[in-house]
Design a protein around this ligand. Structure first.
Ligand SMILES: NC(=O)c1ccc[n+]([C@@H]2O[C@H](COP(=O)([O-])OP(=O)(O)OC[C@H]3O[C@@H](n4cnc5c(N)ncnc54)[C@H](OP(=O)(O)O)[C@@H]3O)[C@@H](O)[C@H]2O)c1
Length: 329
């Protein structure tokens, strides 16, 4: 079977290899084997390839934080999934054709979810949901400001927020995105820049912004913090600029703004397996209803992984880059 392996940590398109490796074999008791039908290339996967992610396993390492698969075989004692079920996997190393995992790591999802969307169910939808629920208490009519608003997570924040009556100001890098984001429920859109706080205040009509959500870090984070009301909260969950968080000490000390960091695994880790399954059941139902789709720019075969990771790093690429390791989806 084919598997992506890193020959070294470095420039992603130069270090990814599509190698032939031994098949995973038959599942033992409590185990599940599934064929990987699709995986996305997320910013965290790119960071993994460069060696700058929090995990840096010994080489040759296989990236891949999420995927959708189809169960090929189950071991003795596995009853919550059956052969043919579509599943998502709570474990990593998914840039491959086949996985053998512990049964408790796979969660069955409705077969009606388009595979391209199901491949992106595991990480970004719960991230958006927990950013809105776990950082500060938000109620209907509260305002939230977020950057990278046209990213997959950003779009999900808009949609999940709208469903709860939460209003969003959406910070992007170009005005041409406004109409699309407004059509999906964005209350206001602004282009990032030095006077962001004034333009966000104009967009909300001066209403206080309770939460700022950042995935850029660097000075962009300080601009988001400046938009947040006194005693408001800022959470950072990504670093698309590659920088460290920057925040004005006046916002922290004089205005009482709090800054915290979000990582999905840490926040899911506070919940039981039953609660985690319930989160994915609810998000899966939303996805099945077509309420949580994210744009896909292109789907590559696994043999073209180097091209796929290069494409995933382009600006304004217009959607996720996916890989379908077992044929077209
Ligand atoms: N902490 C967690 O648990 C967690 C979970 C999921 C995702 N994340 C993070 O969330 C962020 C978004 O992920 P995603 O999968 O939704 O991304 P995505 O769909 O691949 O989109 C990437 C976004 O980043 C923007 N961007 C790229 N470089 C930038 C820069 N230098 N400055 C400002 N914006 C930039 C792009 O804007 P353009 O369209 O203008 O190019 C685009 O909006 C990433 O940082 C990711 O690591 C974190």
């Amino acid at each position: 079977m084919k598997q992506v392996q890193l020959a070294a940590y470095g420039v992603p398109e130069q270090v990814v290899r599509c190698n032939e490796v031994p098949d995973v074999g038959a599942p033992g008791p409590g185990e599940v084997v599934f064929d990987v039908l699709a995986f996305p290339i997320n910013p965290a996967d790119i960071a993994f390839c460069t060696g700058h992610y929090r995990l840096r396993p010994p080489l040759p390492a296989t990236p891949g934080a999420e995927c959708v698969g189809r169960v090929a075989a189950v071991g003795a004692g596995v009853s919550h999934v059956a052969v043919g079920d579509h599943v998502i996997n709570l474990q990593r190393e998914n840039w491959t054709q086949r996985r053998l995992v512990r049964g408790e790591d796979v969660i069955a999802i409705p077969k009606g979810i388009p595979l391209r969307q199901a491949a992106m169910l595991r990480i970004n939808p719960p991230t958006a949901q927990l950013l809105l629920s776990d950082v500060t208490k938000l109620s209907a009519w509260d305002w939230v400001v977020q950057n990278v608003a046209n990213s997959a997570v950003g779009r999900l924040v808009i949609r999940l927020g709208r469903a709860q009556g939460i209003r969003t100001v959406n910070v992007v890098r170009r005005e041409s995105l406004f109409a699309e984001l407004q059509a999906m429920g964005a209350d206001a859109c602004v282009v990032d820049g030095p006077d962001l706080a004034e333009r966000v205040a104009a967009a909300t009509g001066g209403s206080p912004v309770k939460l700022g959500i950042d995935a850029v870090c660097g000075e962009a984070l300080s601009r988001i913090a400046a938009c947040v009301a006194d005693d408001g909260a800022v959470v950072t969950y990504g670093a698309m600029s590659g920088g460290q968080p920057v925040i004005d000490r006046n916002d922290l000390m004089f205005r009482g703004v709090t800054l915290s960091g979000f990582m999905l695994g840490r926040f899911l880790g506070r919940r039981s397996l039953a609660e985690i399954r319930a989160i994915f059941a609810a998000l899966g139902a939303e996805m099945l209803a077509g309420k949580l789709d994210a744009p896909v720019a292109e789907v590559y075969p696994i043999e073209r992984i180097a091209e796929a990771v290069a494409h995933a790093q382009r600006d304004a690429k217009g959607g996720k880059i996916l890989v379908a390791p077992n044929g077209e989806i």
